[in-house]
Design a protein around this ligand. Structure first.
Ligand code: SAM
Length: 330
């Protein structure tokens, strides 16, 4: 099968589809505390057609995201429909969801039965008060913990827990999350804070870097680096005694743009070739005007050729992305 390749020779094998840009959390590093405007949602049939085309063009991983994807009625059926695309590509298609976990406890089994392989749950503190301060939701912590445990129980393996560290909020959660990874049997991945938030509070000093995370974790237990695939965004480590794994995603201090294999579709049907793109490409508008599959494929090929070489975070010429994370789909 052909593989979609950009002009820098990067194979595009990883698709993220946002199915809503609504969210029930207001995490300080992502959203504003007010109700923000939304770009909107498409019928699932439209996302499915886009996914089908892209799987036929070499996509091997589809991640459903948002906003909060579990807010959307019909997400289980969407997973079931996506899992039918496994026959289109020929090779196994990996289907995952990124969620805040608030509604996951009751949905883990239906999602697994529908064909979901894996889940990533975002959780930024392991104590309820701190969690509430970051998410600006008072009753979330117990739900998320129950969601993580349900995901493990039903075999959505591996369960990854994403933690964005932001100075002044949760940099002291490094060791507690090391313990959590070991006790709960999940892979905790620390993510460096990127300038994609609605409140524009990012500054270099707010980023808790890979080096600092490693330094803090070393005070708890020694880590051993695990070799990782080039296309993997996370640097992986296991604790020396073999119990527990953590990862660190360091787009700010150790960018990995040279190995980026991703494109994204926003909830309103635009293709984005980079989180930091300053424009997006309206695939849905073409579909709405009745474009054939072949015309859509040509459009996608053209868009992929315009994928940015790298981001410019922290550089004098940095221009903020045209959308914030919640409206892109992380
Ligand atoms: N609502 C879902 C969730 O909470 O996982 C999916 C959408 S959320 C935008 C996807 C991921 O982006 C989450 O893991 C979140 O922590 C991360 N994220 C959001 N804003 C970020 C930022 N400014 N820098 C780094 N990661 C961010």
């Amino acid at each position: 099968m052909s593989v979609l390749t950009d002009k820098f020779g990067r194979a595009i094998t990883d698709l993220r589809i946002s199915i809503t840009d609504r969210c029930n959390y207001k995490c300080v590093y992502c959203r504003t505390g007010n109700e923000g405007a939304v770009f909107g949602e498409l019928p699932f049939a439209d996302y499915l057609r886009m996914a089908q085309l892209l799987v036929g063009m070499g996509i091997r991983k589809v991640r459903i995201t948002g906003g909060e994807p579990l807010l959307r009625n019909g997400v289980v059926n969407f997973v079931r429909d996506l899992s039918q695309l496994r026959d289109v590509g020929g090779d196994p298609l990996d289907i995952a969801i990124t969620t805040n976990g608030h509604l996951l406890a009751d949905m883990a089994q239906p999602l697994k039965s529908a064909g979901l392989n894996r889940v990533t749950v975002s959780m930024d503190a392991v104590d309820p008060e701190r969690f509430a301060r970051i998410t600006r939701v008072s009753n979330g912590f117990d739900n998320v913990l129950a969601g993580i445990r349900a995901a493990r129980r039903v075999g959505l393996w591996p369960v990854k827990v994403n933690c964005v560290l932001m100075r002044g909020f949760n940099e002291d959660q490094v060791i507690p999350f090391g313990m959590f990874a070991r006790e709960e049997g999940v892979i905790v991945r620390f993510i460096e804070f990127m300038p994609l938030e609605e409140d524009r509070v990012w500054a270099p000093e707010t980023v808790v870097t890979l080096d600092e995370i490693l330094r803090r974790m070393a005070e708890y237990r020694p880590l051993v680096e695990i070799p990782h695939a080039r296309s993997e965004t996370a640097r992986r480590y296991r604790f020396e005694d073999g119990i527990g794994e953590i990862g660190i995603i360091a787009p700010v201090s150790h960018p990995f743009c040279g190995h980026c294999s991703r494109i994204r579709i926003t909830s309103d049907g635009k293709i984005r070739t980079c989180l930091f793109s300053i424009w997006d490409h309206d695939l849905h508008e073409l579909m709405r005007r009745g474009a054939s599959d072949e015309e859509l494929r040509q459009f996608i090929h053209g868009v992929v050729q315009r994928k940015e070489e790298r981001h410019h975070i922290g550089e004098p010429d940095f221009v903020p992305a045209s959308r914030t994370m919640v409206h892109i789909g992380g």
